[in-house]
Design a protein around this ligand. Structure first.
Ligand code: NAD
Length: 245
């Protein structure tokens, strides 16, 4: 018996990295999985695992509204989209700042605004899991100015939603990963002047001497999505191999 049998899970950023690992884990645990991303080609790879896929740009309010109309029942919403802008405050243009907040935070506002009413109408509650980061209000990292600010906002948003909808049986938590080996992390390394040196710098700040794996993050997300975490709400879960110690 799967830990998510009978549940409908909707997630964003499902085409690769943490989102993809979670989509596969949700499906393995018996959920009906509705996965969204802007990278439809990569997303379609999930179809053979029984995952339903939808093109969705979470920076478009209209697209989020139209997408929500296509989804009936929902038990779990996993808001996974996020973008890492590399730079100090002085290197962050107003455009970079606004884009980061739009994709990392306002996207969650848009998704929650559509799906919380559905969860309330169903009268059987639900679980929302947002992806923050350990680089947020928990700790700083160099060149992560706007990124850290957005992820701190995700933690604040998570707590605000948790307290406002607890009486509706809706639980809201967020995860705070450290450095996880995903395609975008590899892209960020390759974009640096010396990718090998950049990789070594990333490893040097890992207490376990290695990067996290997307599957390791998925185990925590499945727990928060499932009824095993029925008494847990409004919390940020650090999963960082000790990076913040
Ligand atoms: P990733 O960056 O490799 O992939 C992100 C996915 O989001 C891609 O499939 C992309 O197509 C999709 N996407 C981008 N813009 C979108 C949009 N407008 N609408 C819908 N989908 C869009 O994934 P990742 O590295 O696993 O990161 C996933 C989440 O985890 C992000 O929120 C990220 O900030 C967070 N996180 C990652 C790490 C890490 O080290 N990888 C650490 C902490 C937190």
């Amino acid at each position: 018996m799967g830990r998510l049998n009978g549940k409908v899970v909707v997630l964003t950023a499902a085409a690769q990295g943490i989102g993809r690992a979670c989509a596969l884990a949700f499906a393995r645990e018996g959920a009906r999985v509705i996965a969204a991303d802007i990278n439809l080609d990569k997303l379609k790879e999930l179809e053979k695992e029984g995952v339903e896929v939808h093109y969705l740009d979470v920076t478009s309010t209209k697209e989020v509204e139209d997408f929500a109309k296509k989804v009936g029942k929902i038990d779990v919403l996993f808001n996974c989209t996020g973008y890492t802008f590399h730079g100090t405050l002085l290197e962050t243009s107003e455009k970079d700042w606004d884009f980061s907040f739009d994709l990392n935070v306002k996207s969650m506002y848009r998704m929650c605004k559509e799906f919380i009413p559905k969860m309330r109408q169903q009268a059987c509650g639900g679980s929302i899991v947002n992806v923050a980061s350990v680089v947020s209000s928990i700790m700083a990292a160099p060149n992560r100015c706007v990124y850290g600010a957005t992820k701190a906002a995700v933690i604040g948003l998570t707590k605000a939603l948790a307290v406002d909808y607890v009486k509706d049986g809706i639980r809201v938590n967020c995860i705070c990963p450290g450095t996880v080996d995903t395609p975008s992390l590899r892209d960020r390394l390759n974009a640096r002047p010396d990718p090998q040196k950049a990789y070594e710098e990333f490893i040097a700040r890992q207490k376990m001497g290695r990067l996290g794996k997307a599957d390791e993050i998925a185990h925590l997300v499945v727990y928060l999505a499932s009824d095993e975490s029925s008494y847990v709400t409004g919390q940020e879960f650090v999963i960082d191999g000790g990076m913040s110690l």
